[in-house]
Design a protein around this ligand. Structure first.
Ligand SMILES: [Zn+2]
Length: 330
């Protein structure tokens, strides 16, 4: 965990603790790197969710933004953090990223815009005092609206901005300032570690990793694994729990390749990314229970890309597997 923002996962478990850190003099601001990654993730997430909306049983409005909040940063580094977004500490939630070509961008919204009210109501404040409470409340409120319902934001000094979202697959996106190449999907959110974005060779590879996480959400893996009573503790690596986790990983891999194709990314980027990921230095040695071996993953991803290429060559419409009726987890 890079020590410059309160950790998201800790915040989700209500145990966020303020972190103290001291940056070397004249070092580039870590917040600028974080903001740049948020911009990439917002753009890729917007493209994947909106281009593939027709395949998603659960949709939500997609505006093309990622939210920020001054409360995410410890007081002693808050000004430096907000400068990376051209925002200031007036206390309002602000836009931390705006995807190019998205409804937010087209409406003239920019990174750093402070939002005081949504449809004349104050921005929801969220329950509790953990740093992400307000952003979680905003995301939940927006996700519950009809997927194409127009919205009006009161931005900065009384500016009123109206925009209409695009229907998209139901997921919101955040970037965690963690240098480990990882990501996680909790059913609603896709959390991307900064280390994962840095590990990906290009946006298509990063899109492959994000598409895998979106696929977990589309296929409701978290809820279905919980309903199946899997062991998320030590027993995760063994027996039935391990087998069911492995099934969800195989399903997410398969669907991810179609999500790439549906959004105009190179479907071959999935095999490229997971091949490098499987061979990376410092990878955990004991994931054998819950994840297929990386060679098997790459072979399956290549087979899926070949199926898509054959459908395209034959002029057939793309029809992804699993989305209509994923096999039961049992
Ligand atoms: Zn996964």
């Amino acid at each position: 965990m890079l020590p410059f923002i309160r950790p998201i996962l800790a915040a989700l478990t209500l145990s966020a603790a303020p972190l103290v850190s001291a940056a070397p003099v004249n070092a580039p601001s870590p917040y600028a790197a974080l903001a740049a990654t948020e911009a990439r993730v917002a753009a890729i997430g917007f493209r994947l969710t909106t281009a593939n909306a027709a395949w998603c049983p659960m949709q939500q409005p997609q505006f093309g933004w990622i939210w920020g909040d001054p409360r995410l940063y410890d007081a002693d580094r808050r000004a430096e953090a907000l400068a990376a977004y051209d925002a200031d500490d007036a206390g309002h939630a602000f836009l931390a990223a705006v995807a190019p070509g998205s409804p937010a961008a087209t409406a003239g919204l920019r990174v750093g815009d402070r939002v005081a009210a949504i449809d004349l109501a104050p921005v929801p404040d969220g329950q509790g005092d953990h740093p992400f409470a307000r952003i979680t409340a905003i995301e939940a409120m927006l996700a519950a609206r009809p997927a194409d319902m127009p919205i009006a934001l009161h931005v900065d000094a009384g500016r009123l901005v109206r925009l209409s979202p695009l229907p998209g697959c139901a997921s919101d996106f955040r970037v965690e300032p963690n240098d480990k190449p990882g990501a996680v999907a909790d059913g609603r959110l896709v959390l991307v570690n900064q280390g994962l974005a840095d590990f990906a060779a290009d946006d298509a590879e990063l899109a492959a990793a994000i598409a895998h996480e979106i696929a977990h959400n589309i296929l409701r893996h978290r809820a279905r694994l919980d309903a199946a009573g899997v062991d998320r503790g030590l027993g995760k690596q063994f027996g039935r729990s391990a087998r069911l986790f492995r099934q969800t990983e195989v399903e997410a891999d398969r669907l991810s390749v179609w999500l790439l194709a549906g959004a105009g990314y190179d479907p071959g980027a999935a095999a490229r990314f997971w091949s490098k990921f499987g061979q990376r230095k410092g990878r955990p040695l004991f994931q054998a229970g819950t994840h297929p071996g990386w060679r098997d993953r790459v072979a399956a991803l290549e087979a899926e890309a070949a199926t898509i290429a054959a459908a395209v060559a034959a002029g057939q419409p793309l029809q992804p597997p699993l989305v209509d009726a994923p096999p039961p987890l049992e």
